[in-house]
Design a binder for this molecule. Structure first.
Ligand SMILES: C[S@@+](CC[C@H](N)C(=O)[O-])C[C@H]1O[C@@H](n2cnc3c(N)ncnc32)[C@H](O)[C@@H]1O
Length: 307
């Protein structure tokens, strides 16, 4: 069986627009940092469409002791198709619950990867409600078993609470004005309606859509992303075997700060540290990668080895 396909195409049902492709970011850099060896076990906390996983597992060949986690049912379906017959464990869960379970089971891994955030299929499918320039429901849940949606925040939270979210997670300079306009225009039903309201706070042209920061902030709030990362990071370090390597790719400065801090607390240059940093500074995408994968633009990779 060949798992070495790094570009995954998901053919969608008729009304679910477009062929969807997720191309793994910083793939060669991840492989260099993890340097997978034959027989090593692998924990992928955000396995998505299996791009990184297939490359790592092609080198380790150890499916039986490896675990792939994702909180999105579509990703799990795709992973089941790719890896279902290999004996690997697939876990449909957020990475905090999955990590806590693995710690409780006394599991340890040679290689751990977390490639945070959303996948291209999330952004490309209108019905998931992540995309600005489309007509989709205000949803934004990565795990659709969860009850809280973007619509709940936009249509029921107070103006102050919405502004806080836009400031904290989006660093949006016009957060208070946007929050006021959202509240004045409620109820809002679709992503394009919301984007149009936000755009009014930013007249004129800009390179990126004026709603980009607000959409990112809402997504982070809906999926409780920073809280889960903060709580999960220490567990990931616990799950590493001595000599094991961990790599984390983040797409947001707040996430990168959390990863940097967690690695620093148990690692760095201290003689008694439990972790040695493989990356002193985060690795970013090469010009070459950016040409064919613009999503890699804000990706930052940090990696460490457990002593
Ligand atoms: C950037 S994609 C990963 C892509 C993957 N590395 C690949 O090569 O296909 C991020 C994935 O992580 C999942 N995800 C994000 N946050 C998560 C969390 N807290 N727990 C579990 N999965 C999460 C998303 O559903 C998405 O499928």
């Amino acid at each position: 069986m060949i798992h070495g396909i790094f570009k995954i195409k998901m053919h969608q049902k008729k009304n679910q627009n477009k062929d969807v492709v997720h191309e793994p970011v910083l793939l060669q850099e991840v492989l260099q940092c993890l340097s997978p060896a034959k027989g090593e076990s692998y924990l992928d906390l955000t396995a998505g469409y299996g791009g990184h996983a297939s490359a790592v597992l092609a080198q380790t060949g150890n499916y039986r002791d490896s675990v792939l986690v994702d909180r999105d049912q579509n990703a799990i379906d795709e992973l089941t198709q790719q890896f279902g017959s290999t004996g690997i464990s697939l876990t449909h869960s957020d990475f905090l619950s999955a990590s806590a379970d693995l710690v409780n089971q006394g599991k340890h891994f040679d290689l751990i990867l977390a490639d945070l955030g959303v996948s291209s299929p999330h952004l490309d499918r209108d019905d998931r409600g992540f995309a600005i320039a489309s007509h989709g429901p205000l949803d934004m849940r990565m795990d659709n078993r969860q009850t809280l949606t973007a619509s709940d925040i936009v249509n029921t939270y107070s103006e102050t609470a919405i502004a806080e979210i836009l400031i904290q997670y989006g660093e949006e300079p016009k957060a208070r004005q946007i929050a006021r306009m959202i509240v004045e225009n409620r109820p809002l039903k679709t992503t394009d309606e919301l984007a149009a309201v936000i755009a009014k706070a930013w007249p004129g042209h800009s390179r990126v859509h004026p709603a980009t920061r607000s959409f990112q902030a809402l997504r982070i709030a809906v999926n409780d992303e920073l809280h889960l990362l903060t709580e999960a990071l220490p567990r990931w370090l616990e799950l590493l075997k001595p000599g094991g390597r961990i790599a984390v790719i983040s797409f947001h400065s707040l996430e990168d700060r959390l990863v940097k801090q967690a690695f620093k607390e148990v690692g760095g240059e201290r003689y008694d540290a439990d972790l040695r940093l493989i990356t002193k500074r985060p690795i970013t995408a090469s010009q070459n990668e950016l040409v064919h994968n613009p999503r890699a633009r804000s990706a930052k990779l940090r990696a460490a080895v457990k002593k």
